[in-house]
Design a protein around this ligand. Sequence first.
Ligand code: BES
Ligand code: MN
Ligand code: ZN
Length: 496
Amino acid sequence: MNFSLSSKALTSTKADCLVVGIPEKGDWPESTIQADKALDGMISRLQKDGDITGKNGSTLLLPLTGQPWGRLLLVGTGKNDDRNLVAYRTALAAAISAIKEGAAKHVLLTLSDTPATGATQSGSEKGRLNLIGRTLEEQLYTFSEYKSEQPPERKLNKVTVTASGAGKELKGAFNLGLATGRGMNYTRDLGNTPPNICHPAWLADQAKKLAKEHDCIKTEVFDEKQLKKMGMNTILAVGQGSSQPPRLIVMEYRGGNPKDKPQVLVGKGITFDTGGISLKPGAGMDEMKYDMGGSASVFGTMKVLAETRPKINVIAVVAAAENMPDGSACRPGDIIKTYSGQTVEILNTDAEGRLVLCDALAYVKKYDPAAVIDMATLTGACIIALGHHASGLLANNDELADELIAAGERTGDRAWRLPLWEEYQSLLDSNFADMQNIGDRSAGTITAACFLSRFAKEYRWAHLDIAGTAWNSGKAKGATGRPVPLLVDYLMSHAG
Ligand code: BES
Ligand code: MN
Ligand code: ZN
């Protein structure tokens, strides 16, 4: 697929399909006015006759003759006065979805001049070009590796996006959007890969592959033996019931000044979560292949860095293990000495994410991080609290939390903060060890983060619970690629 920006006059670019936006009311964008002129007022007539309403996300595809464009796709962009990032993304997705399986090979897309509001990415041309790039990649994603019959090849092979200029700034924004979309798709590929393929050693191989493809990324993998020597006992405890042994995967991207403290990303990489001896119910258990979604988002973000080369230092650490019930599996009641030296009584083997993360969080202290952010599909309680629209955010530092919330708002990959007050900590008191790995039934997302916080005391730290946002259930079952946009936006705001 060929994507490019063009600032030439609309009529001087031939294409198989021209895409323009139509608001429900209010002023038309400049390119819609130009297209209407070139088409002798056809769009005005369609609106007057009621063939198009401009309702957000509606589309109408029409054939053209004797024009530089073979077809016209009209996309409703909604009401001018309440057009926000969500509405803008809906219009973009509808437009791309209407053309992606069609006959047009070359599409000319004008939606970058759709007026939209707010301090989000849709509020500026730069931001809109970023969103267009990202949404193009997101919408054109397919995952058919495990189907015997491959879908027919798409005719669409070229998309030209119009912009007010083709200078460095606008091009950079568009390219960052495309890279973000590809990073998300890589995250989705990893998440969608079945758990009989995607196990800890396979994930480690993906990191090695990434390092091989991009010389700016260095990878180091610690296997079971090394983990034992290091004292990463909780990662080992979670993985000990599986015939696929755990791995700790480290990736380094050093694009900044060597003296700059690194941003550190930590991912939960449970390649399958049966619950272990505290076995999960059977229904829908297949979805627990996405329990490495946190680490998949770390991989996706590293790919974006490798492709765009910002001036920043980023270290990524993935704690990968498979949580299985077995004769050698850890049990409720087991007490483990963590890498940090603190002891944990495992009361529920299904609360395994915090166990693998606590060793990884203690480990990354050695990098003297500017900040540490961990991503994890950590608690079902987070889905109950926030549903599927916002990731849960908990942090020991207000400034860091605010920055991540802002990055989520800008990109539409939103997060919502929950408290991490001291009062919750006593829920983790154990009679036999320094702490237990679960609280009671209350505040499940908070007690999980409370547990993690005990291993992240010595640096600025934030935790994203992505249980509700990393994948879709139901008919559109699959990984979403979140929270890659949030992470990329946050990291770019720290790049020199
Ligand atoms: N991976 C799950 C959390 C999860 C559940 C993610 C549903 C996405 C959808 C995690 O390991 C888990 O099992 N958490 C338990 C914690 C409990 C035992 C304290 C949960 O949420 O039930
Ligand atoms: Mn679990
Ligand atoms: Zn889990």
